[in-house]
Structures are given as C-alpha cells and as structure tokens.
Design a protein around this ligand. Sequence first.
Ligand code: ADP
Length: 338
Amino acid sequence: MPTSRRSGEHASPASISIAAQGLRKSYGDRTVLDGIDLRIPAGSVFALLGPNGAGKTTAVKILSTLITADGGQAQVAGHDLATDPQAVRAAIGVTGQFSAVDGLITGEENMLLMADLHHLTRREGRRTTTELLERFDLSEAAKKPASTYSGGMRRRLDIAMTLVGNPRIIFLDEPTTGLDPRSRHNMWQIIRELVSDGVTVFLTTQYLQEADELAHHIAVLSDGVIAAQGTAEELKRLVPGGHVRLRFADPGAYRNAAATLRETTRNDEALSLHIPSDGTQRELRAILDWLDSTGIEADELTVHTPDLDDVFFALTTNTTPRQSNRADRPDHATEKAR
Ligand code: ADP
C-alpha cells in the first residue's frame, strides 16, 4: 500500500515526459480512443488501467509511434509525435505484447543484436550485454535459446534488450500479464529500480494491485475516455466505502460500545463497529472526539479507505458495480489489513 510521497509527484511543468491532448483513434466505426489527455511527469510511473479491449495497447502504440492517431497531439520527451517521430523513437523503449525477443537465438545473441542496432562498438556491446544479463539474473541462461526461457525470463530479457539503448522513457504494455506471483514481484522490483534511475515508466495493466503498488499516477480508461485520473489515494477517495473500524477484545466492552454508538454498523462475530468515514483528518478528529466524549476505548482503531477495485468497478462500464455495503462484509477488514 503506497503511503510515502513518491518522486514523480508535484513535478514542475518543465519536467513533463509525456503529454497528450485529445488523442483519438478509431478502427472502422469502432472508436477506441475518444479524446485522451495525459500529463506524465519525468521520473515517475504512470499506469493506464483498463479492462481488456479498453484501448491501452492502442494508446501505447500511438505514443511510441508504431501507429498514428486520427486526431489530437502528443509530445514525448519534448518531441512532437507528428512532426518528429524519429526523435521520439530515439528517446523511448517499448516492451510488451509485441516482444522483440527472437526465440531461435540465445539471450546473449538477442542482446548483442540489439547492441548492433544501437551502433555500439563490439566491445561496448559485450560489456553492456554482460552487465544487463547480470542485472536481470539471466547470466546463467545467457547461452540458451530464448525459446527455452520461462515467461518471467523472457520479459526480463525483453526489458534488458530495451535498456541497451539507454531510453529515458519506457513503455511497458501489460508487463506482468500471465506471470506467476514471484515473477510479478520481480518485475515490480525491476520497474522500481528503473524509476529510481530517473526513467519514466508508462505502464498498462489490468491489475489494480499493480497500479496501486507502482504508479504515482493512474488513469482509468473506459469507453475510450479517461474516466478518472490521479494518485491511487485520490482515486480511492472518489468512491464511497471508507470507514473507521473499532475492534474490541472483550465482548462486554463491545456490547456497551455498540449500545452507545448507535450510528455504527455492527459485526458481532468480529467484535467490531464500523463508522462511515471519508478518511480525512477532519472526520477522524471528529470521530475521536466523539469516542472520547462517550468514554469508549477500543482495543484497535483502523482506518479503511476504499481500494482500487471499488474505483475500477465504479468507473468502468462493462463490469457490474459491486454492492458496497462494506460493513456487512467481515472479510473486508482482513482484505485491507494486508
Ligand atoms: P487493450 O490493450 O486495452 O486490451 P487494445 O488497444 O488492444 O485494448 O484494443 C482496443 C480495441 O481496439 C479492441 O476492441 C480491439 O479489438 C480494437 N483493435 C485494436 N487494434 C485493432 C486493429 N488493428 N484493427 C481493428 N481493431 C483493432
């Protein structure tokens, strides 16, 4: 759960890595992107979140110059997509569903080929290859054909190949789709390290937890438009469902409190009371004052904000909104206590 301020927040306008205004794209009479605006600060992770078919890959393809938009404008690394696509290409790296890995040759050969494409000298190419294979834990497998690699290894090789050109902006299209939990966590660590080196990461994902873990800014794509954007915390505040949970160890103390605090929702099994709250400092203070005035002392007080699931289901139209009578769901507190 992100709690600390991350490097990409509050960046000055001068350090915007990717900006887009009114990007549009249709295939036939199907409008995939219907006017997308983005502003992504340098050195941050941006997550474009959306269900399958929402248009995430289309956005990545446009911003990385693989296809052209039907309308709108975008600047990547300070270069205009329409007038200077070559300069954009020189500044970015792209990995994802359209992987550049050639399965017939070894990991090392894939890397050396990439070094050639970037016009590195033989010596530089070898040095960079060795360094990157080591960094991505691929040294042992370096001389094996890439087709024998696991999904996680292939993704790591793909990113290593992208880094040969030392891009300052990297597009990762669903980097962890299909990976097992351990490989997913490895990938998250790699992404965090890239950002700590100052790289801007544009990530697409269907996984709410991934956006929550990694992204400084999240945009939810739905029906061709950005339904909401902001930090994970800002997005969570958009939907109802937050509460303060008071838990009691002693059933007698619980019953007394429940009788006194009539406005709360009870969970008799967990000996907990839920007070609706938006999680702001002002509301918390009011709740604490109220508890003090009634003389109630809970053994545990926790604040539960809605999670990204709530936001996602509330904002994306092709999914059924979840009923949000949170207090009736004893599992919720456990879910959020992770
Ligand atoms: P996502 O990455 O969010 O899953 P995509 O950007 O891949 O979504 O696709 C968005 C929509 O655009 C889908 O309905 C897809 O079928 C359609 N689409 C994507 N590429 C093409 C194409 N080349 N021709 C026609 N339709 C396409």
